[in-house]
Design a protein around this ligand. Structure first.
Ligand code: PMP
Length: 460
């Protein structure tokens, strides 16, 4: 066996990576030409690469490292659990202590009567579970025709076939097609699609598409509506204030299940434990993952209300993953939840660092390249535009300008992602006041550089 040394020159690591490693959501040939940045370690909110550069992680990995990197308590929890019971399943009338403890803790933290958890290893798996849960629930209730699930264009629910189909990413649907039985309505994205309407009018209009869709499909055929409280991968789109109350009214009127996909919004991201609390909604099912373990272990799940769980428990639900309720993942998640709680990290986002970041982030709207700046807790977005007053899009293909801006950020050692021509952040919840200042300074520098380049190239 010949393993390359971790201290090998960056170019050698990159070449071997390009030769054998297929990257998710990546144009492989383009990346192979350029070489992937090799991340070697991380601490707090800082990544270090193979050249020794320190990079401020404005995305908490993939929206998941809520407690920040390098917490030894989580490593210790994993090691302890691996020594004691590295693996056992809960399929055949057995259970184990980490799954018992984590389930009880989640029931305590979750709002309302979301007291039951079905585990998965990721958000995608959990949303696949949700499709089967909804359909099984209605079949058990004697309404098996309630198969259709309504979701939204530009929502993101995962990458497996089922969860991808729930999602509304057209580029994903185009590669291989989606499964039937899922109906998409438009997103509440006022900046891009609101036209002449006020945000409030537009929020209502988009919510009422749900009612129209239910009426068109037939209320007796609709099982559930799924949405992210705040769209994440779609571009951190905070819906107008009128949107969620109207959605809640409609799902109640027709008695369909509401699934809140909390994979990003959960575990403190919006300043509450769950985005549903921030948006004032009462879901029947919540999808959780990411911040549940701060990404230290792969774990996700579906939190179910008493009613849904009671119905599902009345049958043998023929579903489960080898790693559902993995003991090491559960032990690490528990330790993560302890730290989030005992160190007051969620409360700090709500009361201290969140408001500070909000003020600085919203001031970015004064930059000539920035239209709106949205932020809720520790997830924010800015719309890049050639003309703020017209809420105009760039003439270039969507994403061209966003990519240029993202490249400037990366060059300035700030990870900020772009979705089309929208820039987004979702930093670790432990970001300090000083680090917020650094993040904003680097963002402004990158925006200035991007702006100068666009002007030089006649793109604005
Ligand atoms: N739902 C939402 C809202 C997400 O943001 C994501 C991942 N970005 C997923 C589901 C899928 O999670 P995973 O990548 O863990 O499968």
């Amino acid at each position: 066996m010949s393993l390359i040394s971790p201290n090998a020159p960056t170019a050698e690591l990159q070449a071997l990576d390009a030769a054998h490693h297929m990257h998710p959501f990546t144009h492989g040939a383009d990346l192979a030409q350029k070489g992937a940045r090799v991340i070697t370690r991380a601490s707090g909110v800082w990544l270090t690469d193979s050249e020794g550069e320190r990079i401020l992680d404005g995305m908490a990995g993939l929206w998941c490292v809520n407690i920040g990197y390098g917490r030894k308590e989580l490593a210790a929890a994993a090691a302890r659990q691996m020594e004691e019971l590295p693996y056992y399943n809960t399929f055949f009338q057995t259970t184990h202590v980490p799954a018992i403890q984590l389930s009880a803790r989640l029931a305590e933290l979750a709002p309302g009567d979301l007291n039951h958890v079905f585990y998965a290893s990721s958000g995608s798996e959990a949303n696949d579970t949700n499709i089967r849960l909804v359909r099984t629930y209605w079949a058990e209730k004697g309404q098996p025709e309630r198969q259709t699930i309504i979701s939204r264009w530009n929502g993101y629910h995962g990458s497996s076939l089922g969860s991808m189909s729930l999602g509304g990413m057209k580029g994903m649907h185009a590669q291989g097609g989606a499964v039937p039985g899922i109906h998409h309505i438009d997103q509440p994205h006022w900046w891009a699609e609101g036209g002449d309407m006020s945000p409030e009018e537009f929020g209502l209009e988009r919510a009422r598409q749900l009612e129209q869709a239910i009426e068109e499909i037939g209320p007796e055929k609709v099982g559930a509506f799924i949405a992210e409280p705040i769209q994440g991968a779609g571009g951190v789109i905070v819906p107008p204030a009128t949107y969620w109350p109207e959605i809640q009214r409609i799902v109640k009127k027709y008695g369909i299940l509401l699934i809140a996909d909390e994979v990003i919004c959960g575990f403190g991201r919006t300043g509450n434990w769950f985005g549903s609390q921030t948006m004032g909604i009462t879901p029947d099912i919540m999808t959780i993952a990411k911040g549940l373990s701060s990404g230290y272990q792969p774990i996700g799940g579906s939190l179910l209300s008493d009613e849904v769980a009671n119905v599902i428990s009345g049958t043998e639900f023929n579903h489960g993953y080898t790693y559902s309720g993995h003991p090491v993942a559960c032990a690490v998640a528990l330790e993560n939840l302890r730290i989030l709680d005992e160190e007051g990290i969620v409360a700090r986002v709500a009361q201290e660092t969140g408001p500070y970041l909000r003020e600085k982030w919203q001031a970015l709207a004064d930059h000539p390249l920035v239209g709106e700046a949205q932020i809720e807790g520790f997830m924010g977005s800015i719309a890049l535009t050639p003309d703020k007053s017209a809420r105009a899009a760039f003439a270039s293909d969507a994403g061209t300008v966003g990519y240029i801006c993202r490249e400037r950020c990366f060059a300035n050692n700030l990870v900020m992602r772009h979705v089309g021509d929208r820039m987004i952040i979702s930093p670790p919840l432990v970001l300090s006041f000083d680090e917020i200042d650094t993040l904003i300074e680097r963002a402004v520098k990158s925006l200035d550089e991007c702006h100068a380049r666009l002007k030089a190239e006649g793109l604005m």
